[in-house]
Design a protein around this ligand. Structure first.
Ligand code: KG4
Ligand code: ZN
Length: 337
């Protein structure tokens, strides 16, 4: 089964053709990052406008690179939640129009389920059940993947997402948007123990996270230094921040894995590209004898191939939409459209 998938939930306009949920025939991405960088973050209206301008060309590119025509496509999939509503609606409406014109089934996909499915594209042997740490710009969840479309959240952030914390700390240190990847790079030359940062716990909820205190600690340290006319070593701060985040995520995720009896672990989302987190979690899984799955860097950030993968399993489960499909800015990962 060949699915044409569309993703436009944030600042990437993407389309892909994916076969049987596992084989990427094409994956086209038009990133708007350079434009949003001028403003220090994603400007929702600009994102919607760029999606509108680019979506036809991106879908055409995906079809051409996969060397398929409309007759080869069995279904149209689209990210319908969660994300920036104006951005989502561009993809949703385009997919609805295409499904109507081509007379194909329409499959709505939850963006974060898509991030998790990036692992299916990279690891043909990976099948549920497994336990996944989802770390993106908008989400930080520990999720039990009981089956492809049966997910259960074990823990979550109570405030900022991990990526959001990276980006805000980065901004304060003078790195350009999106700061996560710059922090990762800068931290490689820094001392992870130079600054002692807090790793706040959520009272009574051992598998939840709080990142806002950590972010505020960076901001306060930088401001205090500025007031005293002292220099902050950005590489040391980036390394200390990356180390603290990786420690917090790794220890809680592995403790939850142990409690819930999971020995197959995975990670997904934009922050899964972080080198410190990747190696720290890998080392812990090696120590405990767990199998650990990671998407390649190319599949960690937003793309449509991951949406095409998850769409295949949503289709198998009968999760289709009709022409009344709408976008949703917020939606829990364990609910259906
Ligand atoms: O999953 P994603 O592409 O978009 C959302 O669904 O939110 O995640 C984007 C987030 C941004 O906050 C970005 O700074 C962060 O992922 N990110 C990183 C790295 N690469 C991307 N954070 C830390 N280290 C990285 N190498
Ligand atoms: Zn994403």
């Amino acid at each position: 089964m060949k699915i044409l998938a569309i993703e436009s939930s944030c600042d990437e306009t993407a389309a892909a053709v994916v076969e049987d949920g596992r084989k990427v025939l094409s994956s086209a991405i038009n990133s708007q990052i350079a434009e949003h960088r001028k403003y220090g973050g994603v400007v929702p209206e600009i994102a919607s406008r760029r999606h509108t301008e680019n979506i036809c060309a991106v879908v055409q590119q995906a079809m051409e690179e996969a060397a398929v025509t409309r007759d080869d496509i069995d279904a149209i999939a689209v990210t319908a939640a969660p994300g920036l509503i104006g951005a989502l609606l561009v993809g949703v409406n385009f997919a609805k129009g295409l499904a109507l014109a081509w007379n194909k089934p329409l499959i709505p996909v939850h963006h974060i389920r898509g991030h998790i499915a990036a692992n299916y594209l990279a690891h043909p042997e990976l099948k549920p059940p497994f336990f996944c740490l989802v770390v993106s710009g908008g989400h930080t969840h520990m999720v039990e993947i009981k089956d492809y479309t049966d997910l259960h959240i074990v823990g979550r952030t109570r405030d900022d997402a991990a990526g959001e914390a990276f980006d805000k700390a980065a901004r304060c240190l003078g790195f350009s948007y999106p700061g996560g990847v710059q922090m990762d790079k800068a931290g490689k030359d820094g001392n992870p123990h130079a600054y002692k940062l807090p790793a706040p716990k959520v009272e009574g909820h051992p598998y939840d996270f709080s990142f806002s205190g950590l972010k505020t600690a960076v901001i306060n340290t930088v401001h205090n230094a500025q007031q005293k006319g002292l220099e902050i070593n950005a590489a040391d701060m980036a390394a200390s921040f990356g180390y603290t985040v990786a420690e917090m995520l790794t220890t809680r995720f592995c403790a939850a894995a142990e409690e819930f009896g999971h020995t197959t672990l995975a990670m997904a989302g934009g922050v899964a590209a972080n080198s410190t987190l990747r190696s720290r979690l890998q080392a812990e899984c090696d120590k405990k004898g767990y199998s650990f799955y990671l998407p390649p860097l190319s599949l960690c950030g937003d793309n449509a191939a991951m949406i095409g993968s998850q769409a295949y399993y949503e289709y198998q489960a009968g999760h289709l939409a009709d022409q009344s499909l709408n976008g949703r800015a917020a939606m829990e990962i364990d609910t259906e459209f």
